[in-house]
Design a protein around this ligand. Sequence first.
Ligand code: IPE
Ligand code: IPE
Ligand code: MG
Length: 251
Amino acid sequence: MATQASTRAAGDLAHGSVSACGARHVAIIMDGNGRWAKKRLLPRFAGHKAGVEAVRRTARAAREMGLECLTLYAFSSENWKRPASEIADLMGLLRRFIEADLDELAAEDVQLRVIGNYQALEPALVALIDDAVARTAANGGPILAIALNYGSQDEMVRAVQRIAAQAAAGSIAPDAIDASDVDAALDTADLPPLDLLIRTSGEQRLSNFLLWQAAYAELYFTDTLWPDFDGTALRQALDAFRTRDRRYGGL
Ligand code: IPE
Ligand code: IPE
Ligand code: MG
């Protein structure tokens, strides 16, 4: 069997679908809001609020650059370890972002998606998200995927449960399960293959983000704190991406 990555690489070439900026799908671990606020002697909330502005700028820039998909890590399955007040602040900002920006996203033909176990969030927020996703589902423009209550290990556990249920029901033979079946059972099933994974704030770890999907993604770490990120920073990351030689294990 051809590997997932080589199949995808060949597919990308065959379809010629790579955008002018050289990548189809960029994902960002938006880190450093708290440190941005601390440097200014502001409460962490101020950093998260400034982080929302960075989301707006970056999502607009990604559209202008012709990216097919931008995935943003907004709240991890481990972020529940934070104080309840900070979690409430983050959920409030998310709610206000959807309320304030949905019209613009819809007008720009963006398809809003959510990955992660967002159904575990509070019911009113889940309903707001479901409505927003449904409202943009028929759009044909770029995808903005928000990772909410997302953890790669949790995503993989849920995928394994789905596949195991299919096997138990007799609709798939265990030894016939391959990488494409796993791909299809992940939250990212409908997203293009991941090309570039960016992390801001100087940390060099994945923090449980897109572990499977990053198998052959290029990694880019920048010291820029997320609230300072913008279109120029995204362009720099994509410039670096363009210089990478992606071999997928070949020559
Ligand atoms: C990223 O900024 C936002 C979330 C994880 C929700 P942080 O809040 O992690 O900021 P630092 O890492 O403390 O600076
Ligand atoms: C990763 O950032 C999660 C998000 C950006 C949503 P964290 O700040 O939670 O990561 P760690 O704790 O430094 O690994
Ligand atoms: Mg952090």
